[in-house]
Structure formats: C-alpha cells, structure tokens
Design a protein. Structure first.
Length: 151
C-alpha cells in the first residue's frame, strides 16, 4: 500500500531535517492520533502531542461575532445566546452555521430583486434549526481516552 512507502519516507525526511543547522519545528494534525505509526512518535521526531478539543463558549462567541459583526444587520444579535446554542459544534460546523446566516439575506435579495438586505434574527433562528453538530459521541470518547493516555 501507499502507507508502506510514505511512512519510511516521512521518517527519513524528518531525520534529515534534524541534522540540518537551525531550528526546525514540524506541526502536524490528525483526527485519528491513535492510528499514528509509533515510529513517528518516537523522540526526537514528534515529542509533543497536544489535544485541541471543541471550541469553548469564548471561542464560539469570538468566531461568530468576528464573522457577523461587520455585516449589515437590521437588529442586534445576541452572540452569547448563539454561542450557547452551538455548544458541542466543531469549528467546521460553526463555519457552516455562519454561512447559512450570511446566505439568507442574499437569497431574499435575489427573490425581492433588492440586494440591500440585512441579517435578521429570523435568519439566525432558521440557521440554528438547520445546523447540527457533526461531532460523534464515540469520537469524543476516543479522543478523551487518547488524551488520558498521553499524560
């Protein structure tokens, strides 16, 4: 399989970089850390492992506000309530939610032949109704188990 030659090549390249002068930092990410080849995890290759979980309330609030605050709105949006409603969502899910909110006034503008449209609270409510977390409970349990094994 492809993995039979990719892993040795990756290891060879990483070892070659370590012999070069200067500072080298290699960052990698995966959704399945428990499937990594143990040779990749041996020092001095990938010595630090950091679990980055789902965004907390503050992160969700920041993402939503940053994406929507500069857009024209007919009424104030309750970013706290939106962030709370999106608990358990990952960053991709939150991005999809924001895109749904942003598409609503565009769709209205095309139907009304009036492109000067604003985001409404109803747009947010409709997007919340259509948005669901793609995070599976089994995945969260697997990550929790993996994170505990790294301590």
């Amino acid at each position: 399989t492809v993995m039979n030659w990719i892993v040795p090549e990756l290891l060879s390249q990483m070892d070659g970089f370590q012999q070069a002068e200067g500072v080298l930092v290699v960052l990698a990410s995966t959704n399945r850390p428990w499937d990594l080849d143990s040779a990749v995890l041996r020092p001095p290759r990938m010595t630090e492992r950091i679990y980055v979980g789902l965004p907390d309330f503050a992160a969700r609030h920041y993402m939503i506000k940053k994406a929507l605050e500069a857009l024209p709105k007919q009424e104030l949006l309750d970013y706290d309530a939106i962030a709370q409603a999106l608990e358990g969502f990952n960053c991709a899910d939150i991005t999809a939610f924001v895109e749904r909110v942003k598409e609503a006034p565009i769709r209205r503008g095309l139907m009304d032949n009036n492109m000067e449209q604003y985001i409404l609270r109803q747009d947010v409510e409709d997007a919340l109704d259509k948005s669901h977390s793609s995070v599976q409970k089994a995945d969260l349990e697997a990550f929790s188990k993996w994170e505990a094994s790294q301590r």
